[in-house]
Design a protein around this ligand. Structure first.
Ligand SMILES: [Fe+2]
Length: 319
């Protein structure tokens, strides 16, 4: 069986100790971390409107796109629009952008899919990537901009050290902070990663299901928040996207889920984009029987099997 889409390319890897050595200090009042927009311009409209509404109330909002903002936007027009609009804000690499900026032999989609993901899903993702790469090859200016983005970021916000990762603390496409990893139990690994990075909060995406974890490592409260996808449905019978919001003020609208640590509120905020317009855009590019339609359309329409209550994990992982 081909390992395309299964392997974790060596250039995706980094060490946990290296991630928070020089944290930036965030000066805005609110941070949106937007993972997995997947080329959804309607979700981007809504996220920018959410930020504008907060700014109208006097709060400065930073938008940080946490990779995989490209995926379904496989036309020249949409590829340009998504990247030009996202890159007006702040952005990090996902495996999708990495493979668009410099395609690597044998990586396929660069997703590093684990064994529980079916091989036909992996094959379809590899073909979606190949189609998107053919578009990206006609936009060398955008490829150059994507190549310059960071793979991880570390920020001081509200007195806390916030580590922002696309995958996990060892790889751009790691699945160590996936919902499945938390469900199986990953407390020892989490404790080791929090010790090695010194982070209070880890924010991630890539694995496409949201979660909130809270625990204590070495006497300090720690949190993990995976926003799932900003551009696709995440929860049961719910087609809204989700983004992570950090602030020392209350969320502007009701969050789907959230926790408070110290002065900082961590929230999963719903992205109520125009579903009809989004589905029309998706269907025009990915008609019935296409790779993206087979892999994603049911989720785009109906969300997942995950209930809001099932988002939460907690543990006192060490004394
Ligand atoms: Fe990803």
């Amino acid at each position: 069986m081909s390992s395309e889409g299964r392997s974790c390319p060596i250039h995706y890897r980094y060490t946990p100790e290296s991630l928070c050595q020089a944290p930036e200090t965030l000066t805005e009042d609110v941070l949106y971390v937007i993972g997995g927009l997947y080329g959804n311009t309607l979700a981007l409209d809504e996220i920018e409107a959410m930020a504008a509404a907060e700014e109208a109330e006097g709060r400065r909002v930073k938008l940080l796109f946490n990779g995989d903002f490209n995926w379904f936007n496989a036309s020249d027009e949409l590829f340009s629009e998504v990247n030009q609009r996202v890159l007006r804000h702040d952005a990090m690499l996902g495996n999708v952008e990495y493979e668009l900026a410099h395609p690597s032999n044998g990586a396929g989609c660069g997703c590093a899919y684990p064994e529980f993901v079916a091989s036909d899903v992996v094959s379809r993702s590899n073909r979606i990537m190949a189609r998107l790469q053919a578009v990206a090859d006609r936009h060398s200016d955008i490829q150059a901009q994507l190549a310059g983005l960071a793979r991880f970021r570390c920020m001081i916000f509200g007195g806390l050290k916030v580590l922002i990762l696309h995958g996990d603390p060892e790889s751009l496409a790691g699945w160590g902070l996936s919902y499945e990893s938390f469900a199986q139990g990953n407390n020892d690994q989490l404790a080791a990663w929090f010790r090695a990075t010194g982070a209070d909060i880890m924010l991630c995406t890539h694995t496409c299901l949201p979660l909130i974890w809270q625990g204590v490592v070495d006497g300090r409260p720690r949190q993990v928040l995976n926003n799932g996808s900003a551009g696709m449905g995440n929860l049961m019978s719910d087609s809204r996207g989700l983004i992570a919001r950090l602030s020392t003020t209350k969320p502007f609208n009701a969050p789907v889920a959230g926790i408070i640590t110290g002065r900082t509120q961590l929230s999963l905020m719903p992205v109520r984009f125009d579903q009809q317009a989004w589905r029309a855009q998706f269907d025009a590019l990915w008609p019935a029987g296409s790779d993206a339609e087979l892999s994603y359309r049911a989720r785009i329409v109906s969300g997942t099997d995950l209930s809001t209550e099932a988002l939460y994990f907690s543990a006192g992982v060490s004394a």
